[in-house]
Design a protein. Structure first.
Ligand code: GCU
Length: 430
């Protein structure tokens, strides 16, 4: 039996090598802290010429641009540079949604003059009692806007959705059964009761989450990619980030939302996206990453749980092609993800983990936030107080926020409770 397993493993490695694929699937993920390789993180406050960065001006004018460009070149790729004239059309408006607590709109944003062209639907909640523009959370969702609440009046997304037999989806079309399917992840009632707006968009409106060679979604706005894309051309995370910025463009002229106080939020792959959107668009006033893991808040060099090789293999369309150079070679990356967090500075940033989400490396997520501290201090802000992680369900909030919640990979009302508290501290008008 043992001999048979060994032969199978050798055969698998042989086939991977012969086919040019790295045998990453043959490797077990590491969950043992003692097996984390020794590593040295790139120094945030030394620029590429070796000069120290000692003032906020030097960070903003010089070092920040370097770090951003390194992430474009080696991790996410550049954002699309499509020049678009945004048009909007109100699809629906309900003054008394969520048991009368929320004013709710569905707003279609068209990227071209063609109503059948690429477009995204914003689902916008604001407190029904609001008398002026409110601060808001903006985040992408996984299943379509109809998944936020079970209200039958919400438009069911017509974009591509993943086959999900549990929800009765067989053919990439969302069904009635998807209504409200993601409601536990969006504490709409808590958000509006606390005086905030919530704006969400189905991520598949922007770029359907499968590897189609960058043709569908907003990619149809550009030239079709022939052959391999350029090494630093953006992947889907850059496309989703671009969509979030276009939503913020639209919110600039929305009378119900204060666009200067919008927190960009995301969970998991969409938490990687919220960090990248916050880095590339400094108009976002706050950045929140929920269980974002590898390629998000977690330090790549720890190679704990999901690794660079693993994520590039499973999701070849998320990052830029250059990122593959660091498969099983994280030490050569000119950045690590504490630098992604630092790109949010001096704006408040929140990182959240979950105990049972070891795949996302909670400790690596915390350490990124901790190691972003010197940039916050440069601005006179306060980072995490200790290199030791706080206890489970013991949030720590300064100018940055962190908690590790009990339970699994998810977004819960507990998470939202902390985000609202953090926003109360940093986004409420003085
Ligand atoms: C997978 C993937 C993660 C990602 C997650 C998600 O687990 O490996 O990197 O964060 O999906 O987005 O749900």
């Amino acid at each position: 039996m043992i001999g048979c397993q060994r032969v199978c493993l050798l055969l698998c490695v042989y086939l991977c090598v012969m086919s040019g694929l790295e045998p990453v699937m043959a490797q077990e993920a590491n969950y043992d802290e003692a097996q984390v390789p020794a590593y040295t993180l790139p120094d945030l406050l030394t620029d590429l010429s070796g000069a120290p960065v000692t003032t906020p001006q030097q960070w903003q004018q010089r070092r920040r641009a370097e770090v951003l460009s390194l992430f474009e070149q080696h991790v996410f790729g550049r954002l699309p540079n499509f020049q678009v004239q945004l048009r909007t059309k109100l699809r629906s408006e309900v003054p008394d949604a969520v048991g009368g607590l929320a004013h709710r709109r569905e707003l279609t944003v068209y990227f071209t003059a063609d109503d059948a062209g690429p477009q995204m639907d914003l689902l916008i909640y604001t407190p029904a009692a609001a008398t002026g523009p409110v601060p808001a959370f903006l985040g992408l969702n996984f299943n379509g806007n109809q998944a936020i609440e079970s209200d039958p009046r919400l438009h069911i997304t017509e974009s591509w959705v993943r086959n999900n037999r549990e929800l009765g989806i067989e053919d990439n079309r969302a069904t009635e059964a998807t209504r409200g399917s993601e409601s536990s992840r969006w504490s709409v009632e808590r958000i509006v009761r606390s005086g905030y707006g919530l704006v969400t968009i189905y991520y598949g409106d922007i770029d359907p989450d499968f590897d189609d060679g960058f043709r569908n979604g907003i990619h149809s706005l550009g030239e079709p990619v022939s052959g391999e894309r350029a090494g630093d051309a953006g992947g889907s995370i850059s496309a989703w980030s671009w969509g979030l910025s276009r939503a913020l463009d639209v919110l600039q002229s929305d009378a119900r939302i204060d666009a200067s106080r919008v927190a960009v939020f995301g969970h998991s792959r969409l938490g990687k996206t919220s960090l990248w959107a916050g880095a590339t668009d400094q108009r976002f006033a706050m950045v929140i990453s929920n269980n974002s893991g590898c390629g998000g808040a977690a330090l790549s060099r720890r190679a704990f749980g999901e690794t660079v090789a693993r994520i590039n293999k499973s999701f070849p369309h998320w990052f830029c092609l250059n990122h593959r150079k660091y498969n099983n070679n994280e030490g050569a990356l000119p950045v690590d993800h504490h630098m992604l967090i630092a790109l949010a500075a001096p704006r408040p940033v929140y990182v959240a983990s979950a105990v049972e989400d070891q795949w996302a490396d909670p400790r690596g997520e915390y350490l990124s936030l901790w190691h972003a501290g010197p940039v916050y201090r440069l601005f006179g802000r306060v980072g995490m107080p200790s290199e030791q992680m706080p206890g489970v369900d013991v949030p720590v909030q300064t100018d940055v926020g962190y908690h590790i919640r009990s339970g699994k990979h998810d977004v819960t009302d507990y998470d939202w409770q902390q985000y609202v508290k953090f926003a109360d501290r940093h986004l409420k008008a003085e």
